[in-house]
Design a protein around this ligand. Structure first.
Ligand SMILES: *Cc1c(COP(=O)(O)O)cnc(C)c1O
Length: 468
């Protein structure tokens, strides 16, 4: 990037758009069913155009004050209502639209913390497989996170271990439906029962699966109970910008009743301006994402989501079969939602990920953790279904290439070298190195705290206005 002041005279609209198109050319493909993380694509013709038109209609509307912009309040309540019906919300269920899963989780933790004002040093309990956003919430909100291990076989915690971790200062017990990394649904009923027995809130993080599990169940998949039908579940989060296929910036946080939600709000009248009353972290909120989500939900409709879930299920099964058909590859967990996660016993998964990338398949490598080997994560969306037949042969060819290449040797670099030197030694030039396996092998080998520090430095290095 170049250090750039504003152009003295404004540029023509088409030229500016061309600049963005040129920048976008370096991005991974958001459409076409070959990207297995970050972007959720239903592969429906015309949906983007509809979403963008709706976005444009409300982009300038401000959710800061719903009395000034009742359109936004109405659309938000519609989104919350749809999520509540899907997740078996009882009479009296309430919720809000947030900017994403992380914000939903932060607010669930805030509501739990502030809902227990007598607790001096609040703590929360979650399985280690819970999303990293819980750690972020705990950190931001001064809540101590007590992690419960999972079985390396089932990738689920034992409910007894969760119960044992709950103490007098615990304000929240969290679990996932399903976990992002492996797509495994926690034993929500037992965990919620343990929380209820201790008089503690229980949040189900259904950010990933909240919009698909109910449809998968209707398609005959055995989905364990995870929603408000489970006694003791006090709040649930579901990201619409994942499997509701809305543009980014929309998640829903539901509470079983208004009393539970009340401490989620922040209000402040101690200044000379307007009294600020916010249900979520941002105060000014664009109406764009909410209107786009409203349009997408109402346009796809219930039978549309069922059909998308059916296509996704077909893709999941096809991909899992492709993995099982390759000698040396193994599913980390049997797919029970929309994640396919696999590892390689006989060769290097990071080399495999590079081989897949060179064939146009963009996967998400995951590092080894607590007895679980390094793996490749695929978030599977409906757009993948027509691609599945091409994936199998490419996976087999990639595996053969990875086997032939052998494991990467760890790059011999000293990690205390200045970052620009370290990056050069690792093959970073103007962009990422073509092969990421050596970098991933290095990151996989160092302890998590060092991985965090290295990646923070790396991002900080990238995120400079005059960086190169
Ligand atoms: C994606 C995800 C989150 C975080 O959501 P963001 O929208 O990325 O902030 C939290 N929990 C689970 C299970 C997720 O899949």
């Amino acid at each position: 990037m170049i250090r750039m002041s504003l152009p003295k005279d404004g540029l023509p609209a088409e030229q500016v758009l061309d600049e963005i198109r040129a920048l976008r050319a370096a991005d991974r493909p958001t459409h076409g069913g070959r990207l297995f993380a970050y972007v959720y694509d239903p592969g429906l013709d015309g949906l983007d155009e509809l979403a963008m038109a709706a976005y444009a209609l409300s982009a300038h509307v401000n959710g800061l004050d719903p009395t000034a912009f009742p359109s936004l309040l109405a659309m938000e309540n519609t989104l919350v209502g749809a999520a509540a019906v899907l997740l078996d919300g009882p009479e009296g269920v309430v919720g809000n639209v947030t900017s994403g899963g992380t914000e939903s989780l932060m607010l669930a933790v805030k509501a739990a913390r502030d809902g227990a004002p007598g607790v001096q040093r609040p703590r929360m309990v979650a399985p280690v497989t819970a999303h990293a956003a819980f750690a972020k919430a705990a950190h931001y909100l001064g809540v101590t996170l007590d992690l419960v291990p999972v079985s390396p076989q089932t990738l689920r915690p034992a409910a007894a271990d969760v119960a044992a971790a709950v103490g007098p200062e615990t304000v929240l017990v969290a679990c996932s439906a399903p976990s992002y990394a492996h797509g495994v649904v926690d034993p929500v009923d037992e965990i919620a029962a343990a929380a209820a027995a201790a008089g503690v809130r229980c949040h189900v993080d259904a950010c990933f699966g909240g919009w698909t599990l109910p449809y998968l169940r209707r398609l005959g998949v055995e989905v364990p109970p995870f929603d408000f039908s489970v006694p003791g579940v006090t709040s649930i989060s579901v990201d619409l910008h994942k499997y509701a296929y809305t543009p980014k910036g929309v998640s829903v946080l539901l509470h079983r009743d208004a009393q539970l939600r009340r401490p989620q709000y922040f209000a402040y009248a101690g200044w000379p301006g307007y009294t600020m009353v916010n249900p979520v972290i941002s105060s000014t909120r664009s109406g764009g994402p909410i209107a786009a989500a409203y349009a997408v939900l109402r346009h796809i409709g219930d039978s549309g989501y069922l059909a998308l879930a059916s296509r996704t299920l077909e893709a999941v099964r096809g991909l899992a079969d492709a993995v099982s058909a390759v000698d040396g590859l193994r599913l980390v967990a049997p797919p029970s939602s929309t994640v396919v996660c696999f590892t390689a016993d006989a060769f290097d998964v990071f080399v495999l990920a590079d081989e897949l990338a060179s064939r146009g398949w963009h996967t998400q490598p995951q590092f080894a953790f607590d007895g679980v080997p390094p793996s490749i994560h695929l978030s599977v969306t409906a757009s993948v279904a027509p691609r599945v037949a091409e994936f199998g042969p490419d996976l087999a060819a990639s595996a053969a290439a990875a086997r032939a290449a052998g494991p990467v040797s760890l790059p011999e670099v000293s990690l205390d070298r200045p970052l620009p030197e370290l990056l050069a030694a690792l093959g970073f030039g103007a962009g990422l190195p073509e092969r990421m396996a050596p970098v991933n092998a290095l990151l996989n080998a160092v302890p998590p705290h060092m991985r965090e520090a290295l990646l923070v430095d790396f991002l900080g290095y990238l995120q400079r206005p005059n960086g190169e």
